[in-house]
Design a protein around this ligand. Structure first.
Ligand code: HEM
Length: 142
């Protein structure tokens, strides 16, 4: 669970990183589709799934906007992500194991963009936060 220190570290890092949220989301999504090609099956309705494609750029922004909202609602993630959980579980039928793959790529991209700010403490707190987001997104699956 996220403690007060984690929350402060996450908010502090996001204060800086949020200015590049759209890019972070697009690069993380683009990477996920390359590094874990099995995730591409969920996006088969997109003509172009390459990292620089319009679809990936646009959807990456949506993902990081949702992450940004979740950061402001960190204390109540299950509630904050209820609708998105419902969508991924019942409508999109995304296997929850895939959340880890996106989370991993978000961390990689954050570390790339902010090498000086992405200290081990930030890494730890963001990893915990993204795991909590994945748990909250999986809430509706059972
Ligand atoms: C749609 C967030 C993980 C597959 C969405 C939307 C958001 C979102 C905000 C748009 C919802 C709407 O239009 O109302 C997230 C977050 C994730 C996550 C925060 C985890 C941190 C994943 C993963 C997959 C996935 C891992 C599959 C590998 C999809 C698909 C759509 C979608 C297929 C619909 C895309 C479309 O509009 O064409 N997600 N998502 N999501 N998500 Fe996720």
């Amino acid at each position: 669970l996220l403690n007060d220190d984690d929350k402060a570290v996450i908010s502090g890092f996001w204060g800086k990183a949020s200015s590049r949220a759209a890019e972070i989301g697009a690069d993380a999504l683009g990477r996920m589709l390359v590094v874990y090609p099995q995730t591409k099956t969920y996006f088969d309705h997109w003509k172009d799934k390459s990292p620089s494609s319009h679809n990936v750029r646009k959807h990456g922004k949506k993902i990081m906007d949702a992450i940004g909202d979740a950061i402001t609602l960190m204390g109540d993630l299950n509630n904050a992500l209820l609708e998105l959980s419902q969508l991924h579980a019942f409508t999109l039928r995304v296997d929850p194991s895939n959340f880890k793959m996106l989370s991993h790529n978000i961390l990689v991209v954050m570390a790339n963009y902010f090498p000086d700010d992405f200290t081990p403490d930030v890494h730890l707190a963001m990893d915990k936060f993204l795991a909590a987001v994945a748990r909250a997104l999986s809430e509706r699956y059972r």
